[in-house]
Ligand binder design. Sequence first.
Ligand code: FES
Length: 108
Amino acid sequence: MDINWTRGYKAPTRIETDFESTSQSDKAKMDKDFLNQIDRVDELFSLPEKLEDEIIICECFCVNVADIREACKTEGVFDLKKMQDGYSMGLGCMSCLKQIDSWVNKIF
Ligand code: FES
């Protein structure tokens, strides 16, 4: 949409008006851009870098990477018993443990 910032500009009354006037090729490009962003998120999860401290691993009990690092720093490896005893980690829906392969090597 071209906006003329001089006097006489009238804002559209419905936002759909702009989308309806978007060409099919522009809509297809918008869809492709959106899908590319989703692919990029998957790419970020597969990166080998260590995880940031603030990332929540167990959403049921709000256990983040820093909690795991602090609790398991003596051994330097993830200790499930210690995390369950101290934080109840994995004792809820268990989805954090089902995804353990995707994060456990990115803690230490
Ligand atoms: S996310 Fe860890 S028990 Fe639900």
